[in-house]
Design a protein around this ligand. Structure first.
Ligand code: NAD
Length: 254
């Protein structure tokens, strides 16, 4: 029997990250659940769901704005379970800001989490994936495909993630490490349910009607695609990005 695989997941106290930890539990993958003290999400609930699914995990606080914090997070996988196989750079923030209100601080704060935070996570993981592995970063249709008014910093970060994963994929291929991105469309999570910085409940319900699949996505529907990208089934896939949007971005509008 091969040893169980071990994953680090940033932003796993809520949304897509939580759903991924639960999905991994069903596959026998052990997770380091990244929680962030700056948010009210409960990482213990993620742990409870993982254990209810028969899985193993530990909660570890991580702030992706700090290299030392992210390095310690990746090291926790090695200390706790003796190995690191999968790294999922999923943590992200979304803020609303028009171009004229876009101070340098707003710009750099966003990129620090949504782009440099991804770099820190991939870099910390690469050093510790001694037997090869797989990485996935979470981009977005905002930036990854579309522009989004009031969100230039978010879109720039999410577009940057695609250049980052392509380059890291080329660099880490010889080490047996695959690097891909997932590009979620509209997914019902705390981020998109925030009416100030995103669409909010009413906006999401309305937007869902315009999606070919007829509704917005669930966190589990993105999590299973991330798990596919880290699995051996995607063993020859690297440097790619996969859109998970119920057909939103391929719909022609007159
Ligand atoms: P979410 O808000 O539930 O998850 C984001 C997580 O990141 C939270 O748990 C939060 O605590 C964590 N986080 C924030 N700042 C952090 C920091 N400095 N260090 C560590 N963790 C931090 O929302 P989600 O939708 O599940 O978001 C997951 C990812 O998916 C994000 O990168 C987001 O931008 C992306 N995304 C979401 C959607 C959507 O419609 N929900 C669409 C496209 C992309």
């Amino acid at each position: 029997m091969p040893e169980p695989r071990v994953a680090i997941i940033t932003g796993a106290a809520s949304g897509i990250g939580r759903a991924l930890a639960v999905h991994y539990a069903g596959l026998g993958v052990r997770s380091i659940i990244g929680s962030f003290s700056g948010d009210p999400h409960d990482p213990q609930e993620t742990l409870r769901l993982v254990q209810a699914a028969g899985g193993e995990a530990v909660v570890h606080e991580v702030d992706v704005r700090s290299t030392a914090s992210v390095d310690a997070f990746a090291q926790r996988a090695v200390d706790e379970y003796g190995r690191l196989d999968y790294a999922v750079a999923n943590a992200g923030i979304l803020r609303n800001s028009s171009l004229t209100e876009m101070t340098d601080a707003r710009w750099t704060d966003m990129l620090d989490v949504d782009l440099t935070g991804v770099l820190r996570t991939l870099r910390a993981a690469a050093d510790r994936m001694t037997e090869g592995g797989a990485m996935v970063a979470t981009s977005s249709i905002a930036g990854g495909v579309y522009g989004w008014q009031g969100h230039a910093h978010y879109a720039a970060a999410k577009a940057g993630v695609l250049g980052l994963i392509r380059s890291v994929a080329v660099e880490l291929g010889p080490q047996g490490i695959r690097v891909n991105a997932v590009i979620p469309g509209l997914i019902e999570t705390p981020q998109s349910l925030d009416p100030v910085n995103s669409l909010g409940p009413d906006g999401l319900a309305q937007a869902g009607k315009d999606i070919p699949w007829g509704r917005v996505g669930t966190p589990a529907e993105v999590a299973s695609v991330i798990a596919f990208l880290t699995s051996a089934d995607a063993g020859y896939v690297t440097g790619q990005s996969l859109i998970v949007d119920g057909g939103l971005t391929v719909k022609m509008r007159a």
